[in-house]
Design a protein around this ligand. Structure first.
Ligand SMILES: [Zn+2]
Ligand SMILES: [Zn+2]
Length: 347
């Protein structure tokens, strides 16, 4: 049974996930975790549906039964969840320490039935289907008032934390608000209360005007390298139209999102030679009523602007980064944007 613990000195939560209890030798050589996985043993391949917990949702061919082949995108509970939906959410103190029981959701989205096809090579329809599933799972999990945040993310490549090659993303619903999310919520809310403008909308205006950090500027999305990028080739993919909640994304925007993500991944592959990466969807949290904080979400629809953060994993965190929380980035965001813009790709 896992639990969330709070570090009062660092002011940060951590999940102690004992479901995954491992012996010290497990950490000796990480590559061995992946082992030799073939389509016969891959739990995400069609025909092996029985190797996973029963599916939560799927996009399927008509007349195919749940947990059998015939799906295009399939969502399943994580077999080794960091948090479990079955346990209840309890807060308690243990001496001076704060603990929250390991309640939460941990799901896997298998993005394609094809074992070796990676997201960058998906058809636009397949990518749209994946993002449609993101949206539907987000909407569903937001109904659970015990969850404070729902995070959708993807790890691609061993160095980015992917333990299976078969293309997939993950959803974790957490019973507390993570620090990084809280920081974004507070800074955008404070900016709005001062100026009555959305900070991200203002950033987009300025980035388009200056142009040097813009990688893609299409009808509905802008992709740019943040002014203070922590990592080389860090990217933000942002809808031009203001919207706080990815769960409200319409069909047309989903299709544009698919095409812009595909283009970004193609440009990254060309420039960085198929880098490992993480992407994380930043969207508004469930607006659960907070006792004692009646105005907590008062301006969220106006102040927060959903976006996808994408980080190629080109550098290792070293002592300086761990000690200070800030990063030394060897590539300026202006140079990175230039390389990505100039990459010759077939669209
Ligand atoms: Zn597979
Ligand atoms: Zn905005």
């Amino acid at each position: 049974m896992s639990e969330l613990r709070y570090d009062p000195i660092k002011q940060t939560w951590v999940i102690i996930a004992t479901e995954r209890a491992v012996r010290p030798t497990h950490f000796h050589r990480r590559e061995e975790m992946v082992g030799e996985i073939t389509c016969k043993t891959c739990p995400f391949c069609p025909g092996n549906e029985g190797r996973t917990p029963p599916e939560i949702m799927a996009i399927r061919e008509p007349d195919t039964a749940a947990n059998t082949p015939g799906w295009k995108v399939r969502v399943i509970p994580n077999k080794f969840p960091a948090l479990s939906i079955e346990s209840s959410r309890k807060r308690y103190g243990r001496g001076i320490y704060d603990v929250v029981s390991g309640f939460g959701a941990h799901e896997v989205i298998v993005e394609t039935p094809e074992d070796s096809l990676q997201m960058v090579d998906f058809s636009l329809q397949q990518l749209r289907d994946v993002f449609f599933v993101y949206r539907e799972r987000l909407k569903d999990l937001k109904r659970d008032e015990r969850l404070r945040y729902i995070m959708i993310f993807k790890n691609y490549g061993l160095e980015a934390g992917a333990s299976l090659f078969h293309s997939h993303s993950q959803i974790i619903g957490i019973p507390v608000t993570p620090n990084m999310v809280a920081t974004e919520l507070v800074s955008t809310r404070e900016y709005y209360s001062l100026k009555e403008r959305c900070m991200m909308c203002d950033i987009l205006d300025q980035e388009v005007q200056e142009g040097e950090r813009v990688v893609i500027n299409q009808e509905k999305f802008i992709v740019y390298t943040p002014f203070a990028s922590s990592f080389p080739f860090e990217l933000r993919i942002v809808p031009k139209g203001h919207s706080h909640d990815f769960g409200l994304t319409d069909e047309d925007t989903l299709r544009h999102f698919a095409s812009v993500v595909k283009e970004v991944l193609q440009r990254l592959r060309k420039v960085l030679n198929d880098p490992p990466y993480n992407f994380i969807l930043h969207t508004s949290p469930p607006q659960t009523r907070r006792p004692g904080k009646p105005d907590y979400w008062a301006s969220i629809e106006n102040d927060f602007h959903w976006h996808l953060e994408l980080i190629p994993r080109m550098t290792m965190l070293a002592g300086f980064e761990w000690g200070t929380g800030f990063h030394i980035n060897p590539t300026s965001p202006e140079d990175a944007a230039g390389f990505l813009r100039d990459a010759e790709i077939e669209l």
